[in-house]
Design a protein around this ligand. Sequence first.
Ligand code: PEP
Ligand code: MG
Length: 571
Amino acid sequence: MQEGFVITEGVACGPAVIFKNDSPMVNIVHISPEQVDAEINLYLNTVDRTYRLFLSEKNNVSADMAKEFLDAAILYLTDNYIKERIIHKIKDELCNAEAAVMQCYHEYISDLIGMNDPFVLHNEFELHNLAETIILELRKKKVHLPEITEDSILICNNITPAQFLTMNTEHIKGVLLEDGNTQSHLAIVLRGSKIPAIFNVSNATKVIQNGETVLVDAYANRIYISPLDELIWQSFNNAKKYQSGNERHTDTIKPLMAQYKTSPDGERMRILANINSVAELTKLTCLPSSGIGLFRTEFLFMNCSHEPSEEEQYLVYKKIMDMLPRNYEITFRTFDFSADKLPLYMSMSSAFNVDSNQHNKQSLIKQLRAIIRASAKRHIRIMFPMVAEYEQVRELVDLFNSVKSLLMDTGHEVGWIKIGIMIETPAGAIMSDSLAQIVDFFSIGTNDLTQYTEACSREDPTHRNDELTPAVLKLINLTVHNARKHHTPVCICGELVHNLDYLALFISMGLRDFSVAPFYLNRLLEKIHELEVKIEPLLDEKIDCIRTKNEIYDLNDSLITTHGSNRRIID
Ligand code: PEP
Ligand code: MG
């Protein structure tokens, strides 16, 4: 089944318990003056119930992170200033409690950000999440939590930490969530409790039936429905090996990186990380990475109920840069929103549809200004997703140059910035010869490149993002060829890189930079070091002749001079 974002690594297997929750979208309802008291009471009772729940859970949880979250939540829940503001809003604006909660929390956060309050900079996501938690709790009367009496895998569309903690968590061995943010409270609680969990698993509650056996392999980021015993055994076994491998790596990482593996023609190869959140960065600092090959900035603001201002964004980008060593090159991808990646504020804002092009341009300028300002004294890269046309790229590069010049003219210090594009549409790959001449770098996004080339949705649970097809291989080869012809650095950053069966082929084609999710860094590093790849002078001709997926595996194997076949262990 299609993977999502791993929250906690590990393997778990058991019968599915499906839980479909209310949507956290805010229902804005105007109430009559007679309903005000009832709405205020509903709000106060909900806050009180949530507070008592968090308090009792704090004594039950053992993990420090979960305790930390509960402490912060308790602090905000007892904050009289926020309470008063919400009560006034209900009274003065005659709105229902959930609309008042969302708006007041949003205004409160904006005020604190405006005052440069250091506390809120660390707690912005917590505050947004808490508001959502209260909203879902306000609807508690409709929520029937499932009873969990045996070891199970919990599968939900979304769930608040309070709801989760109210369940019999002792029996929850794994969690799959359709929504979820890697920085959410729930993610923190799950990590703290070491429960293997994967978020953003599309359609999980529809595809999986109650009681069906589910295997969650949150090392390999794969989910299996009704798996064979052999596969279950293999996954648990691999998990053991991976755990001991990780321990070994903690001492060997630095010497390994110091040796810098080179390609057959003596070029240095780099392993970079794909990052979606500030929380993931904490993990990254102890991992072997030359930098960040893909920072998906859209995930930073998923939980925001308003479009983040330039200042709000600047603070987040600055914080990210300050968390990383100076020699780390960070590649920020500008917002890449799509139907499955819509932030809270976009679905709520009807204004977005009025003049979407103009709006997008203004939003992009805001984001570019924020990133460029935060780049002072650093080397960074900015890349644009989903481009297809030469003129479009020209315009984007011109826009970047004018935003940067304006900032410099108005006295802002800016860093050293390279500007690039993702090659993730067939048009982009086909146009790569011309495009390579007007940008500083390419990054090949194989997830979208595959979906648009093969006309198969990446949201389809039966589709595998880590399988290379002949057509996609030919487009990647064309892109790498054109990039190298114009000395334009090219990285590959889609899920295909997680499938190490293609690594020899990618190296032979001329790829030198590989960007993967953090939990693949060690495995890729190990593989790159053990693999000896031969130079194949007729590689382009051989790729041109490829017709089937199996021929790709055979070609890959023929390029390995050591260790025989390279097939993956985990299916
Ligand atoms: C891709 O499309 O391959 C990619 C890396 O970007 P995303 O998965 O964020 O669309
Ligand atoms: Mg993409």
